[in-house]
Design a protein around this ligand. Sequence first.
Ligand SMILES: *Cc1c(COP(=O)(O)O)cnc(C)c1O
Length: 395
Amino acid sequence: MPSLTKVDFMMTNTSHIINMFGEDNAEYFNAIAPPIIQTSNFRFKNIDQLRKAIKNEKESFVYSRGNNPTLIILSKKLAALEGAEDTLLFASGMAAISNAILSNINNGEHIICVNKPYSWTSHLLKNLLPRFGVEHTFIDGTDLENFNKARQKNTRIIYLESPNSWTFEMQDLSAVAQFAKKHKITTIIDNSYSSPINQQPIKHGIDIVVHSATKYIGGHSDTVAGVLCSNKAMIEKVFNNEYMTFGGIIAPFNAWLLLRGLRTLPLRMERHAKTAQTMVTFLEKHPKVIKVFYPYSESFPQFNLAKKQMKQGGGLLSILLNTKDVKKIETFCNALKHFQLAVSWGGYESLVFPVCTFVDDERFSELPINLVRLYAGLEDEQLLINDLTQALKKI
Ligand SMILES: *Cc1c(COP(=O)(O)O)cnc(C)c1O
């Protein structure tokens, strides 16, 4: 392989991207931290300038439903981290997902989606899109043949989540991308589990990457946000249609919180992987746990695929308790002192979220009742192991 020039090395170096890339400190008093440009609109010297800017709103600063300087700094960094040409930033992960799907589907067309996607993605496919004549098929994406079986003449989107956020089934990204390209189908992946640090699907040929930036990219449980990454043509198409119309843009302050989160993202991902691994090793040996689900565990059926396309595991893992008695599962969850009972993940705090929360909810009926999701935060790992030990003793 030819060696990288100094400039190439800088441009592809994660530390450089996170720190200086996309920033122009001289524009804002040489401040080390990027500025929050909290403005709704921008003024112009004359009509000619205004006219030119409005003609190309994506590349100008006209109005903050479309573009804002704080967002541009973040957008450049995220694009570089994902290996994408450009990104759009949203007020939530679901806004990014809805925009990505709606921009690439029409009445009478069909979507192939992997089983058990994020609950509101599933809701979008099952409840909203049918109103506009859009059909879908859910498939087990661990086997490439299932994509072929589900493909129809009118299939326009393949929607992936690899791994998903409860049982971590994965798809072979290069193989699916190749299949989709052959049939001119747009591929979208929810990459929230991995963050751009652990997995870069665009490098495997996937067309669009979406993130709930609420999770690792924000990283502090204080911001809801989303990202859509793709090539320039796709970003322009989404910007000029769904993005400007639905108005789901992130606020400058929240974009700034993500910029701050990014500064520690690689460090945090390393720590989550290490702590999760320690928890997995402990739980795999524990007599009250039947099974541990973690994509980067040797016991995971797709461990080889994980090693092929992901740098390391994330902070999420799930366990099957050796009881289906909901009372006992509740006792375990309620007994945890440091794992807090909460949805979401990606922040400092370790969390627990059991399937038995949804005893009557059809959205989670595919998951076993004794499945409990744990999130390894950034705390001292011994504290977490001790907490699991004492809570498992209670059942
Ligand atoms: C949280 C989450 C989402 C939705 O993101 P929001 O920022 O909450 O809108 C989508 N996909 C996955 C895998 C998630 O965990």
